[in-house]
Design a protein around this ligand. Structure first.
Ligand code: AMP
Ligand code: GLY
Length: 435
């Protein structure tokens, strides 16, 4: 009997997960929105909020799910993995307690300090915003101001980069945050390494670079991620293999300290003049990063999932030696004032044609769109992504741009993601820092 996999979440990341497992299993999916890409791949979809553990368990029981994969952090934080486990359904994704590595940045930093995990920046945590402001006044150097709880990647303010000291203090005073982390500002280039983790085993995937800022040239507010690229090998063009290995060492040390952790452990790193530092951990695949990683993974994702469930050794992973470039189309006004409820058109055929004759591939992943009877509508979040896959980043970028002709009006894209000029800027930046 084929595996019956329940997927929780309806974004681009979950569409990529669905695409990776659907050929090998019967897929059931639930999310608050109706993602048409996932719906096409699933035997059944249900409209259930990602944080509604009881309804998700009921769906898993109705369809006799043999395992579950949890996409979004909101579901992990709500204890969906715990509830599924209690109901006897194996969930690939940590319980709410282990997910604190992502959901509580104050815990995450204290954990790193106590366990001696390499790459932890200097930090202090504050429950009192006046005390936090006084610390900003006294601190010699720039700080990153980070709310301890989940903010969809949009809560951090970096002094000297995004805001002045005065603006950072006003931000804290006007906020209703219970707790914040103030930590040394890291200067360098960011990259992500995602790992599959089960029973203390770690299997890493190639590095990816996301683009958090809303506008071209890394301007504007932080977003959930506007696009991302990966190279044909494990490292990125601005890194050496030793930098990638340093990131892997951090992930391995983290799992050594969390022996019961199950799921994806995502490390966000900053390559600084002094080496690799940890920006944060996430307890799930990145979005967009999953759309770079899963399409080039040759090892069936289902084999990883069943090995994790059955307590078998995780398979060694193999990846096609291909570069990927992912670009998101987002509603006008995203992230500060997104226009939800606008009808959009996506031309699937034109995506399929984008790679014709190039030797590469073009993929379309739907994200936070809502498929209604009369068409496709935006929500307040990212609408869809295209991914170009080719031998080089430049060729993958070309394909992604061609595929973007699928985007109708009313959507915005960072066209600079993966371009040769932006990748070269990253290389020059790291060279400057190292001089
Ligand atoms: P996080 O939610 O921790 O991923 O932070 C969101 C973004 O804020 C990161 O991707 C970085 O661009 C930036 N950031 C977070 N912490 C720092 C830091 N210590 N120094 C500089 N930038 C940071
Ligand atoms: N791309 C950043 C994240 O998934 O948190």
């Amino acid at each position: 009997m084929p595996e019956r996999v329940l997927l929780v979440g309806g974004g681009g990341r979950e569409h990529a997960i669905a695409r990776a497992v659907a050929p090998d299993c019967s897929l059931y999916a639930c999310a608050s929105n109706r993602n048409p890409g996932i719906a096409d791949l699933a035997a059944e979809t249900r409209s259930i909020d990602e944080t509604d553990a009881d309804e998700i368990v009921a769906f898993a029981e109705d369809v006799d799910a043999t395992l579950a994969v949890i996409g979004p952090e909101s579901a992990l934080a709500a204890g969906v993995a715990d509830a599924l486990e209690d109901a006897g359904v194996y969930a690939f994704g940590p319980g709410a307690d282990a997910a604190r590595i992502e959901t509580d940045k104050a815990y995450q930093r204290r954990f790193m300090r106590e366990e001696g995990i390499p790459g932890c920046p200097d930090f202090e945590t504050f429950d009192d915003m006046d005390a936090a402001c006084a610390y900003i006044d006294d601190y010699d150097g720039d700080l990153a101001v980070k709310p301890a709880g989940l903010t969809g990647g949009k809560g951090v303010r970096v002094i000297g980069d995004q805001v002045t000291e005065a603006e950072a203090k006003a931000y804290l005073r006007d906020s209703d945050y219970d707790r914040v982390v103030l930590e040394e500002r890291l200067v360098g280039e960011e990259f992500t390494v995602q790992a599959f983790v089960s029973d203390g085993e770690v299997r890493v995937t190639p590095a990816v670079q996301d683009h958090k800022r809303a506008y071209e040239g890394d301007e504007g507010p932080n977003t959930g991620g506007m696009g991302s690229y990966s190279d044909a090998g494990p490292a990125l063009p601005f890194m050496d293999e030793v930098d990638y290995d340093a990131a892997v060492e951090v992930l391995e040390a983290t799992v050594d300290a969390l022996p019961d952790y199950e799921g994806v452990l995502y490390g966000q790193f900053m390559l600084t003049a002094d080496g690799v530092r940890v920006v944060e951990f996430n307890a799930r695949f990145g979005d967009p990063e999953a759309m770079n990683t899963l399409p080039v993974m040759e090892t069936p994702f289902l084999d990883v999932l069943t090995a994790a469930r059955d307590g078998d050794t995780l398979p060694d992973l193999s990846f096609a030696p291909r570069a990927t470039v992912c670009k998101y189309a987002v509603p006008a006004g995203y992230p500060t004032d997104p226009e939800a409820g606008s009808r959009i058109e996506v031309d699937e055929e034109s995506v399929a044609r984008a790679a014709e004759g190039s030797g590469g591939d073009a993929l379309l992943f739907y994200a936070s769109v809502d498929a209604r009877d009369d068409g496709l509508y935006t929500t307040t979040s990212r609408a869809f992504a295209v991914v170009g896959i080719a031998d080089t980043i430049a060729a993958a970028e070309d394909i992604a741009e061609d595929a973007l002709s699928a985007a109708g009006d009313g959507l915005r894209v960072r066209h600079d993601v993966g371009t040769q000029s932006l990748v070269q800027r990253r290389i020059d930046h790291v060279e400057d820092l190292r001089d």
